[in-house]
Write a protein that binds this ligand. Structure first.
Ligand code: CP
Length: 309
């Protein structure tokens, strides 16, 4: 199939075939990062701008590394040192960046819908690197790739997503991604962190970590997003950790070959114990490695061909 998208705004918009194409492309590009010279000329002459209004280590670095591996020029706007602090609007900032003729703008923003707002206004492509509580599509794609590598398939798997679902764009993208690819998704967390709309997303909701991990092929732990909470959603961190923190003893309830995932950054000892995060079932660093491959695929599919509609 041909990939014809100008923008990548969410997993919600992608078909299973498009997801498959991105994963297959990532698979074929992954080998470049293992070479002694980690660079191919495919995107020579293309310019990628990254615009991060929220902090990031993995997403920003891996987009930049991905672009460089494909020989695109990358420019990062440091928002805290930009004219945004003088009050320039997001639209004005983006229009001014577009006037410098980039091929692709990658944006992370605290407001849900900010990438969609820009995509409607800009001629260049827009990629969502995380918008508020809404979506983080490239995280879900790298998570799918990591699971497909470990399990050889995506359909028919039991995937448990556990923790702060309410504040997690990673959860929303992953629920859409895994259900589209035929996995069975269970979400678990304190009742205050399981919003009612989850019932419409084709997932099973439970209120016990033990119940969620029983028989699971994949356990994905989520970071408690304390910075997004205007109030406490549970009595204390200690009680949260005792009830919803993943420890070694829980792994016996899952499948023998269970894999443990976390999008990072980790609150060590809160949502996941160090023994699990660093243990033999963990694929957390494989997720990061696959982030480069998936972002190379996204860049290639978006700006590697001719003009997009
Ligand atoms: N997973 C993720 O988005 O990490 P960063 O916030 O470090 O980019």
């Amino acid at each position: 199939m041909a990939y014809q998208r100008k923008d990548l705004l969410g997993i919600e918009d992608l078909s299973a075939e498009e997801i498959q194409l991105i994963l297959d492309t990532a698979d074929s590009l992954k080998e470049i990062s293992t070479r002694s010279i980690k660079k191919v000329p495919t995107l020579r002459g293309k310019t990628v701008v990254t615009l991060f209004y929220e902090p990031s280590t993995r997403t920003r670095m891996s987009f930049e590394i991905a672009a460089k591996r494909l020989s695109a020029d990358t420019v990062n706007l440091t928002v805290a040192a930009s004219s945004a602090v003088k009050g320039e609007t997001l639209a004005d900032t983006a229009h001014n960046l577009e006037a410098m003729q980039p091929d692709l703008l990658i944006i992370r923003h605290q407001a849900s819908g900010a990438p969609h707002f820009l995509a409607r206004r800009l001629r260049c492509g827009v990629v969502n690197a995380g918008d508020g509580l809404h979506e983080h599509p490239t995280q879900a794609l790298l998570d799918l790739l990591t699971v497909r590598e470990a399990k050889g398939r995506l359909s028919g798997l039991k995937v448990a997503i556990i923790g702060d679902i309410a504040h997690s764009r990673v959860a929303r993208s992953n629920i859409r991604a895994f259900t589209k690819m035929g996995s069975e998704v269970t979400v678990a967390g304190p009742a205050t962190m399981l919003p009612p709309y989850l019932a419409t997303m084709g997932v099973k909701m439970v209120y016990s970590l033990e119940e969620a991990v029983r028989g699971a092929d994949v356990i994905m732990m989520l970071r408690l997003q304390l910075e997004r909470m205007g109030q406490w959603f549970f009595p204390t961190l200690r009680e949260y950790s005792a009830t919803f923190g993943l420890a070694l003893r829980h792994l016996a309830l899952a499948k023998e070959d269970v894999i443990i995932m976390h999008p990072g950054p980790i609150n060590r000892g809160v949502e996941i114990s160090p023994e699990v995060a660093d243990g033999p079932y963990s694929v957390i660093l494989e997720q990061v490695t696959n982030g480069v491959a998936v972002r190379m695929a996204v860049l290639l599919l978006h700006i590697g061909g001719g003009e997009k509609s």
